[in-house]
Design a protein around this ligand. Structure first.
Ligand code: SAH
Length: 401
């Protein structure tokens, strides 16, 4: 029976170590029993096999991640004030890090790493976009929205919980305005002196890949005088950064017509003239082969594909995809040319990614040096207790003569 009416999740013997070390996930295999019939997202007390209190956690009855830890302090109750404190901490950390100096678009809450498992909040100028990714934050959605309004006083909050992971929690996709004014048309942001229009309602993810901000600025630093190729360009982030850095030209490829249209609009917004033919609607895998067959070459190439492997189990299939495009890129690269290559697959580690890129270079008969290792920006911090929080990794390689 649940102690004193508290709904309780009891772990199997010897399975308390990861919680004690501060990891926020409790997998179903570690659970001995659940008492008190908690509902989806309800707060449960997590106890060791010997009955010691370990944490308060959000219960996810359907997910393989059966519970996500809110707090390991028994005295801390999970209520509106809890969310106020956690959200304020996340917001204040970003202010203290002076991220606003670079941009008015950033991740304000990065889920587990900010002590709020399953919650993502992105800022786009005066707007917020929220994702409730798991049962816990879904149950507390009204409180979370209220606290966000109070702390941030946004023009409006829009929900983009249209993500596959919700299915694992038995939650349906959900989008729509949550507070304030619904955005009419795109929202304009300013990142490192470049203006972008962001479609919060229909754009990919929450509208923009804010996680690549620092890496775009690195690209800009290398772009002077180079002929560039930007694969998977979305709304032109790396393309405009290359042009701002003095690139001679940028050929940008994406399979999404909407993304390309927005990319062109963004170029105009910044007074950059790009020939119509330098925006190419195509499948990158096919387009790279065509460029190779036409004996084209470039001195700066960006590869920023979508997630090929959401989990470690799919890493092998992903590896083939990464190898394919990186091999072609090394072939298209002139000696002295630079490759900015990325993987945002959580299941592919930096080590594995570098091995894949090394294999691609070898098969392309290219020698290359790694100049820089890149990660998601500092508004997507990673808790030392939650290394899984690292998902974006990249290499800057120079092809040798
Ligand atoms: N570098 C971008 C983000 C890239 S997101 C930025 O900084 O904003 C990945 C992009 O790849 C999306 O725009 C998606 O439309 C596109 N995409 C996905 N599969 C593709 C394919 N096979 N060929 C071309 N583009 C593809």
């Amino acid at each position: 029976m649940a102690r004193g009416g508290v709904k309780t999740l009891t772990l199997r013997p010897g399975r308390d170590k990861s919680v004690l070390q501060g990891h926020p996930w409790i997998f179903s295999g570690a659970v001995d029993r659940v008492d008190g019939a908690p509902e989806s997202g309800e707060t449960v007390a997590v106890r060791s096999a010997s009955g010691d209190f370990l944490a308060w956690a959000a219960f996810s009855p359907l997910s393989n991640i059966r519970a996500r830890v809110w707090t390991r302090s028994q005295d801390e109750s999970v209520d509106a004030a809890f969310f106020h404190r956690r959200l304020a901490t996340a917001l204040n950390m970003r202010v203290a890090m002076n991220i606003r100096q670079e941009t008015n678009a950033m991740r304000l809450v990065h889920g587990e790493s900010d002590g709020l498992p399953g919650l993502v909040v992105d800022q786009y100028n005066r707007w917020l976009v929220v994702q409730f990714l798991s049962a816990g934050p879904e149950r507390w959605r009204e409180d979370i929205i209220r606290q966000l309004v109070e702390l941030f006083q946004p023009e409006g909050i829009f929900e983009r919980s249209d993500v596959d992971v919700r299915e694992l929690e038995g939650l349906l996709p959900r989008t729509g305005p949550l507070a304030g004014r619904a955005p009419v048309g795109p929202v304009e942001i300013l990142e490192n002196e470049i203006r972008y229009q962001v479609n919060l309602v229909e754009g990919q993810k929450t509208g923009f890949y804010v996680d690549q901000r620092f890496n775009r600025s690195r690209l800009r630093a290398y772009a002077e005088g180079r002929e560039a190729l930007n694969c998977f360009c979305y709304t032109g982030g790396f393309s405009l950064s290359a042009l701002a850095g003095g690139a001679r030209s940028v050929l940008s490829i994406d399979s999404s017509v909407d993304a390309l249209r927005q990319a062109q609009e963004n170029a105009r917004l910044n007074g950059m003239t790009v020939p119509e033919t330098d925006w190419l609607e195509a499948d990158v895998f096919t387009a790279l082969r065509k460029l190779r067959d036409q004996a084209r070459s470039f001195d700066l190439i960006v590869l920023d594909p979508p997630k090929f492997a959401p989990t470690a189990a799919q890493a092998e299939r992903a590896a083939r995809g990464y190898k394919d495009i990186n091999l072609l890129a090394f072939k298209l690269l002139r000696p002295g040319g630079l490759l900015f290559t990325f993987s945002c697959s959580g299941g592919v580690s930096m080590d594995l990614f570098q091995k894949i890129v090394a294999g691609a270079a070898q098969d392309a008969n290219a020698d290359a040096l790694v100049l820089e290792r890149l990660y998601q920006g500092r508004d997507h911090p990673v808790s030392l207790n939650f290394p899984e929080g690292t998902y974006l990794k990249g290499l800057v390689c120079v092809k040798q003569a």
